[in-house]
Design a protein around this ligand. Structure first.
Ligand code: IPM
Ligand code: MG
Length: 379
């Protein structure tokens, strides 16, 4: 029996846009794993965004901050959309997603891209391009141009406005995320492709040199290649099968991971994990979220695809709880429902029946129950 002290704490924060809808389904999945597989975790739900802002004046109220601070893992929904306009910029910035990534030092953002054969008919790329695609983008998440100073908007003497930001990377920032990439590659097909723009940017010159140095010093058994970011974007749609682990900076990773979503069939399918440093007790704070964001155009309609969020739970089971068997089980359940034809609107072939968000959640839970039922029969 697990005592409470050994329990993994999970904060469940749906947030804004379609976030609460999809997170409601992954929350049901988490509950299932606690009830049926004895997962040693406690769940604490908390609110983020406009609703708590109207009640407390903060998008990230004390209770939510506390739930996330104490959590080993945060299951995050989404942030953004038209409702953000109802919150003054300063209040929004104080509790922003970027602020959270920085607060918990979640520097390694893993975005796996796996093509599902069942979605070949609705995917924008040809089946022969998608066949066998299985790679992970590791995006540096706490530095680069999204955080660099100075930044701002100023008015020039001639009355024009000038917006400016600073791209920057230090040795340590580059090496720790590159290390995460090399270590992950060793558990996969042992290949890392580092993406930069070293033909133009000094930050990228440093990036490339540090990646090469770390590789030579500690990871020479891993195959290392380099691509310029413009070429990488093209290669992801031309021949995505060539990649195993791709590592890159914050802005390039933001752009390339949306692009790579098309190599998995739909943005709605993509999970992610953002990992912090490992502390002296071996613990590692993590935030799990679907890549799709708040999708304001379909928010509140109950038609969003919850699979990106549900597959983020699989990453949580694997990376925070070290239960790879259960992660495999959940991924298999998702594959099963897709193979059986379950589709939300974003992944539906013409003429296919479109499930609601909740119905897709039901389908995955049924598939999980079936697997467990079969295990019992065989026991
Ligand atoms: C993502 C999103 C975020 C980002 C936004 C919502 C700030 O696009 O996680 O990719 O740019 O990092
Ligand atoms: Mg993005």
């Amino acid at each position: 029996m697990n005592n409470r002290a050994n329990m993994v704490k999970v904060a469940v924060v749906g947030g804004e846009g379609i976030g609460p809808e999809v997170t409601a389904q992954s929350h049901r999945i988490l509950n299932w794993f606690v009830a049926k597989r004895g997962e040693p975790m406690t769940l604490r739900e908390a609110q983020y965004g406009l609703i708590p802002y109207l009640a407390t004046g903060k998008v990230l109220p004390e209770d939510t901050a506390e739930a996330m601070d104490e959590a080993d893992a945060i299951l995050w929904g989404a942030t953004g959309g038209p409702e953000t306009k109802e919150v003054p910029a300063a209040a929004r910035k104080a509790g922003s997603l970027l602020g959270l990534r920085s607060r918990y030092d979640l520097y390694a953002n893993l975005r796996p891209v796996v093509a599902n054969a069942a979605l070949a008919g609705s995917a924008p790329l040809k089946p022969e391009v998608l066949n066998g695609v299985d790679f992970v983008i590791i995006r540096e998440l706490t530095s680069g141009i999204y955080f660099g100073e100075p930044r701002g908007i100023e008015t020039l003497p001639d009355g024009q406005r000038r917006g400016f930001n600073t791209e920057q990377y230090t040795t340590n920032q580059i090496r720790r995320v590159a290390r995460a990439a090399f270590e992950l590659a060793r558990t996969r097909r042992n290949k890392v492709c580092s993406v930069d723009k070293a033909n133009v940017l000094e930050t990228s010159v440093v990036w490339r040199e540090e990646v090469i140095a770390l590789h030579r010093e500690e990871f020479s058994d891993v195959e290392l290649t380099h691509l310029y970011v413009d070429n990488a974007a093209m290669q992801i749609v031309r021949a995505p099968r060539q990649f195993d682990v791709m590592v890159t900076g914050n802005i390039f990773g933001d752009i390339l991971s949306d692009c790579a979503a098309m190599a998995s069939g739909s943005l709605g399918m993509l999970p992610s994990a953002s990992l912090g440093p490992i502390d002296r007790f071996g613990r590692r704070k993590a935030l799990y979220e679907p890549v799709h964001g708040s999708a304001p155009d379909i928010a509140g309609k109950g038609i969003a695809n919850p699979l990106g969020s549900i597959l983020s739970v699989a990453m949580l089971l694997r990376l925070t709880l070290n239960r790879s068997e259960d992660a495999d089980l959940l991924e298999k359940a998702v594959a099963t429902v897709l193979a059986a034809g379950a589709r939300t609107a974003d992944i539906a072939e013409p003429g296919a029946k479109k499930l609601t968000t909740t119905e897709m959640g039901d389908a995955v839970l049924n598939a999980l129950d079936e697997v467990v039922g079969k295990e019992k029969e065989h026991a």
